[in-house]
Design a protein around this ligand. Structure first.
Ligand SMILES: *Cc1c(COP(=O)(O)O)cnc(C)c1O
Length: 356
């Protein structure tokens, strides 16, 4: 029997991926020119399906990169001359911050204890800050950023760019694009695709900032600068030879999710998350790491173990064909992380709860 990956990423492939790969091979997708009409049609269709699925407004650009890590770097290069400000509540938001430091910016930060909320009312962001970096779903801690926090920042700092890391949150979480300037994700999390593709969504304000920096003589990078990506995206192209197969598959999976219905996906996600959180509340051995119910991620569930025996649980579940993740970093031995993505069935979650 095949294993089921409940790991946060890479994760179980969306169940239609094998069929789409077969069709892609038959259509020789791997050999077509990225300057051909055939490729432009693929790009256009994928962008169109993503717009429909995630309700991305027409005035936001959609571009493709190699990963979300790459987008961390590109956002800093293209949208920050000197000052970025980072809300850090786990390992991924921390990494975004360290990239800004490495790129020689004045990176400022506020830390929330892992698994808890930011004290938003008391956080002051300096006048000189150009960009605020947020993480919608901290995959390392299973903590989610309340939409009221984003709204508060938008209201308080209307002129600053707001960047939202949405990896592992979308398509389940609905993004209010009026509250942000750029967002991004990679496909090996909730979209259930092989890794190697990042999706960068940005508005005109980000593009203008990059143009401004470039005119000032600041290095904004080369082929994946915002002006290059935006110029090419207008004709459904990419600056480089891209991951054509990945872009094709993303379009197909978005189409499958649209056919199923995003509301159905959200309802199922909620059901599965409730199932596991209820179970965690009902016994004493395993506890949700995130205490505050309103902060608990629906898509990445982090469990505190009674002792440092994560490996024992992982081995036990593996024997039953279910692959889980350990905790992140210092919680490697004392936590489990479980992904709840669209391809994970209710049945597998019911089985998981029984086994745990
Ligand atoms: C996985 C993840 C990333 C990094 O994605 P890559 O595709 O590996 O670059 C960034 N942010 C969050 C929240 C993630 O879960």
């Amino acid at each position: 029997m095949k294993d089921t990956y409940l790991t946060p990423g890479p994760s179980e492939l969306y169940f239609t991926v094998p069929d789409h790969i077969k069709i892609a091979l038959n259509q020789q997708i791997g050999s077509i020119s990225h300057r051909s009409q055939e490729f432009k049609d693929i790009f256009e269709q994928t962008a169109k399906n993503l717009r429909a699925l995630m309700e991305i407004p027409d005035d936001f650009y959609i571009a493709f990169t190699g990963s979300a890590n790459e987008i961390f770097e590109r956002i800093i290069q293209n949208c920050v001359e000197k000052h970025s400000f980072h809300f850090i509540n786990g390992a991924f938001s921390e990494k975004f911050y360290t990239f800004s430091v490495a790129l020689k910016k004045d990176a400022h930060k506020v830390n929330a204890t892992w698994g808890t909320a930011f004290n938003m009312q008391n956080i002051e962001i300096s006048e000189e800050t150009e960009l605020i970096a947020l993480t919608l779903n901290e995959t390392s801690t299973g903590v989610t950023l309340p939409s009221k926090d984003i709204a508060l920042l938008r209201e308080k700092y209307p002129d600053k760019l707001i960047a939202l890391d949405a990896v592992s949150a979308v398509p389940n979480s609905k993004i209010d694009f009026s509250q942000i300037d750029t967002t991004f994700f990679s496909v090996q999390k909730a979209f259930g695709l092989p890794a190697g593709l990042g999706v960068w969504i940005f508005n005109e304000k980000c593009l203008q900032k990059a143009n401004f920096l470039q005119k000032k003589g600041i290095n904004i990078g080369t082929y994946h600068s915002l002006p290059e990506l935006a110029k090419r995206a207008k004709t459904f192209q990419t600056p480089e030879t891209p991951n054509v197969l990945g872009i094709y598959l993303l379009g197909k999976i978005a189409e499958d999710m649209l056919r199923k219905g995003i509301e159905t996906i959200r309802t199922e996600t909620r059901y599965k998350a409730t199932l596991i959180y209820h179970f965690l509340e009902s016994q004493n051995e395993l506890k949700p790491f995130v205490r505050d119910k309103n902060l608990r991620s629906q898509t990445v569930i982090v469990i505190n173990l009674a002792s440092e025996n994560a490996e024992m649980y992982i081995e036990k579940l593996k024997k039953q064909g279910v692959i889980l993740s350990t905790g992140y970093g210092k919680y490697k031995k004392s936590q489990l992380r479980i992904a709840n993505f669209p391809t994970h069935s209710k049945e597998i979650f019911e089985r998981l709860v029984d086994s745990l």
